[in-house]
Design a protein around this ligand. Structure first.
Ligand code: FAD
Length: 429
């Protein structure tokens, strides 16, 4: 991974190649004042900025590269309910909090659907997501989810699939069953992120690209410094996730970078699409170390796999991911691969989102552990509410116990890699 102060353009992904509009916001030069300065122009940063702007705050966003340059513009585009840590919160606080957590875990979907509608964001948003069981023991979690939905009279379509239905709907023998939910779904993440940034800009948010923040000067009105300028604000939100090196002393050991990689095939014929994904759903298996895939709007198979926890990218992404794709879809042998790319996500040791404040007015939120399209939008709202003085939801996250690994990031990554080896073995059993 290159350091953030080397300003970069988008990676060579299917998303960058099919973007509706490119962004070219000027770099920060000189001094600016704002109510809130957000560092990082991914989903967390942009969603927070947009929520604040909708509520009348003046906001500046500084992004080291381009809007959506990080994980937000490169991910699998799977819109999946939930946030890492909610189950642990439920255990900690008991059933009294279950309804709030249930609402919270779907809130990102609502926000995204509302924004796509209100701001006319064309991001191929579609309903339909399948959790696919590779092993019979994985079926129990599917049944539990279905029971909870039944009990709560979940208003969207959902269904448990047996082995035959799963084979018919996904054109593969790889799974013993599945669970489809129409409220989850998939989208073009870079187009969503850029569209939300355009909406925020339209509401007065100043966006500065190619402007890595190099330090925060703390105080009653903290200042975010870049090489050529600064933003002074009442509050600062650190939204650089796995790519951020800011506030190393306070945040070191909380979040570790891990790579995930995707390949994009050539557009598939109508016959193949009808065989492997007639419902056009996103799919993620239920292993600990997941494979995930979906069709793009132009019917390419975008197939992704986790993960590299060592901090090193594979030299040959296609060589790493294609065998996984062919294991599920041997009938695609010989298909042309047009795109291959990867991105870095933030992993937290106990899979509880790392949310908090460095001091009264500098907030951070990072470590979605590969599950952030929906969750970043929830947290954008939670952060905006906290800045406005309503800390109820923010404190739920901030007060969770956080595991911090002592020592260097290298050591942390080795420990995470060992942990993942354990999970990989568990998947194989
Ligand atoms: C390959 C891949 C596939 C994934 N698939 C899915 C999926 O299908 N579904 C899902 O829900 N989640 C998925 N995820 C996870 C999801 O993409 C992330 O959780 C989410 O995008 C995190 O958003 P973010 O804004 O917090 O971070 P990012 O999108 O990484 O954005 C951080 C931004 O901060 C900027 N930045 C960092 N430091 C500084 C600085 N000092 N100054 C200024 N700017 C700075 C970076 O340039 C970057 O643009 C995937 C992740 C990857 C990598």
């Amino acid at each position: 991974m290159k350091a953030v102060n080397q300003k970069q353009e988008h990676t060579n992904s299917y998303y960058a190649a099919t973007v509706n509009e490119t962004t070219d916001y000027s770099p920060l030069a000189g001094t600016e004042e704002a109510d809130v300065c957000v560092v990082g122009g991914g989903f967390t940063g942009v969603a927070t900025a947009l929520t604040l702007a909708e509520r009348g705050y003046s906001v500046a966003v500084v992004e080291a590269n381009r809007v959506g340059w990080g994980a937000s513009g490169r991910n699998g585009g799977q819109l999946i309910n939930g946030i890492n840590g909610l189950d642990k919160m439920r255990k900690k606080h008991g059933e009294g909090i279950a309804d709030l957590l249930w609402e919270l875990k779907w809130r990102g979907h609502e926000i995204i659907h509302e924004r796509v509608e209100r701001y006319g964001i064309d991001c191929d948003l579609k309903g339909g997501f399948v959790e696919a069981a590779v092993k019979p023991r994985q079926l129990a979690s599917i049944e539990e989810t279905a029971k909870e939905m039944q009990r709560r009279q979940f208003p969207y379509q959902y269904e448990i699939w047996d082995r035959d239905k799963t084979r018919a709907m996904l054109g593969t023998d790889a799974y013993v069953g599945g669970f489809v939910c129409q409220r989850d779904g998939h989208l073009h993440p870079l187009n969503l992120c850029i569209g939300e940034a355009r909406a925020a800009h339209g509401l007065g948010v100043r966006i500065f690209e190619q402007s890595p923040a190099i330090r925060i000067e703390h105080g009653p009105r903290p200042k975010v410094r870049t090489a050529d300028g600064s933003v002074q604000a009442e509050a600062v939100v650190l939204a650089g996730n796995a790519y951020s090196r800011l506030e190393h002393k306070r945040l070191n050991g909380l979040v570790f970078p891990a790579g995930s990689y995707i390949i994009g095939t050539e557009p598939l014929s109508e016959e193949v699409v009808a065989e492997i994904n007639p419902l056009d759903v996103a799919v993620c298996d239920l292993n600990e170390i997941v494979d995930y895939y979906r069709l793009s709007a132009d019917k390419r198979l975008l197939y992704g796999g986790n993960c590299n926890y060592s901090g090193r990218d594979p030299t040959d992404i296609k060589g790493y991911i294609l065998p996984k794709l062919l294991k599920v879809y041997p009938q695609l042998r010989g298909v042309r691969i047009d795109y291959e790319w990867g991105g870095t996500m933030g992993i937290v040791l106990n899979r509880v989102l790392a949310v908090g404040r460095i001091n009264r007015n500098v907030y951070y939120c990072q470590g979605y552990s590969g599950h952030g399209v929906n969750a970043t939008h929830i947290m954008g709202e939670v952060l905006a509410e906290a800045i406005a003085g309503t800390l109820e939801k923010f404190d739920l996250f901030a007060n969770m116990r956080r595991l911090r690994l002592p020592g260097s990031q290298w050591l942390g990554n080795q420990i995470i890699a060992l942990g993942m080896l354990y999970y990989r073995l568990k998947d194989l059993l």
